[in-house]
Design a protein around this ligand. Structure first.
Ligand code: ATP
Length: 298
């Protein structure tokens, strides 16, 4: 039943976003959807200093539904990380609203956990298990024993049971990211926010981590908001993709991509989707074969 309901909802979401924003505007066929979990409504974000204002995003809006794997895709500097920080509650919009389950976001909270790209997110003096258990203990939502049990469960989930007593400096980059993912999932946030978490990994490890993340999602169906500038990664990991324009980021289009996974790479439809996304990303710019290559592989 859950899967059927999920499929039904996926179909409804597909109807709504199988398309970019252009055709979405003209569609009147979309089935009624449940309210979104996350609503980003016309959000503009800025960095202000004494002598200048940098506008990072301009009136960006999108909805993320329960169990979505929603990807923010855009070129470097278009404001993806800034948007994620705003959703996490670290930055307030200068215009527009962000709400989670209908409540405005006013600051950071345990319902939104971020996994960053950097490998130094883990306190080096704590073991893998302690790293995963620490936020659970600090939030006082569980007793120390319960927190350790839950942490052990997630450490196993990411395949690090044998390394539970290891320290971060004894782990590879991919293993450190697994710990960060376990730590985030253990908090059971309403939405998991990931900011290019695999970008600093080698290509093989990155592929493995994408596979593992999809495996974890298949099991737990958490809601994911994932930032990347890789078209290929967006198609593999996302069921919906929002394409942002270059600086300052504006929403250019929204694509439905739930039909793709790691097995789709190389198929004609996958390549066609890469080309469509590439065209949207580089709209209005002179295009070269090198651009296409770097955007889809990097
Ligand atoms: N702390 C800051 N102070 C001032 N400007 C900033 C700050 N952080 C980011 N910016 C600017 O805001 C804009 C958006 O930056 P942001 O890091 O969100 O982009 P991004 O899409 O995540 O880029 P990348 O993919 O390279 O990480 C850029 O023009 C950047 O220079």
């Amino acid at each position: 039943m859950i899967v059927a309901a999920q499929n039904e909802r996926q179909r409804a979401v597909s109807q709504r976003s199988a398309v970019d924003a252009v055709s979405r505007a003209s569609s009147t066929l979309a089935a009624p959807l449940p309210p979104p979990l996350l609503r980003v409504a016309d959000v503009s974000l800025e960095y202000r200093s004494d002598d200048r204002i940098v506008r990072a995003t301009h009136q960006v809006g999108f909805d993320v539904y329960e169990a979505d794997r929603f990807v923010l895709l855009g070129p470097s500097g278009c404001g993806k990380s800034t948007l994620l920080k705003a959703i996490a509650g670290f930055i307030a919009p200068v215009e527009g609203d962000i709400s989670l389950a209908g409540a405005p976001i006013r600051g950071p909270g345990p319902d939104r956990i971020v996994v960053f790209q950097e490998f130094d997110q883990l306190p080096p003096w704590k073991t893998v298990l302690q790293n995963v258990a620490f936020p659970l203990i600090a939030s006082r939502s569980l007793s120390r024993r319960e927190a350790t049990e839950r942490a052990r469960h997630y450490v196993e989930k990411v395949g690090l049971a044998k390394f539970a007593s290891s320290y971060p400096h004894e782990l590879s980059g991919g293993m450190k990211q697994r710990v960060a993912i376990a730590r985030a999932l253990a908090m059971q946030p309403r939405i998991l926010l990931m900011d290019e978490p695999f970008a600093a990994l080698d290509a093989l490890t990155r592929r493995k981590m994408q596979e593992e993340l999809l495996g974890l999602w298949e099991e737990a169906r958490f809601t994911l908001l994932f930032v990347t500038h890789s078209i290929e990664e967006a198609l593999i990991l996302g069921n919906r993709i929002a394409v942002l324009s270059p600086h300052p980021g504006r929403l250019r289009a929204e694509f439905n991509s739930h039909e793709f996974d790691l097995g789709s790479i190389g198929s004609a439809s996958f390549q066609q989707a890469v080309r469509r996304l590439h065209a949207r990303l580089f709209e209005g710019e002179p295009t070269t074969g090198a651009d296409a290559h770097s955007a889809s592989q990097s």
